[in-house]
Design a protein around this ligand. Sequence first.
Ligand SMILES: [Zn+2]
Length: 70
Amino acid sequence: MTEKIYCGKCNNMLYFGEEIKRRLYMRAIPNEETVLGYYKNVCPKCGSSLSLSTVKIETKGRKTWLTAQK
Ligand SMILES: [Zn+2]
């Protein structure tokens, strides 16, 4: 499973990597909001404010029991 986070306004890619929910167990990245916090909740490209409701989150990969629960 990989996860991508894009700015909802300009499609600038903000995060790409292993699905954050899985990294939760490794305590690498607590959640999406933490990723947005790396950018101080502002898109570095267009200056648009970033929140879970303004970014696009895309997860790809084969289905697991974890995603099947959604
Ligand atoms: Zn942007």
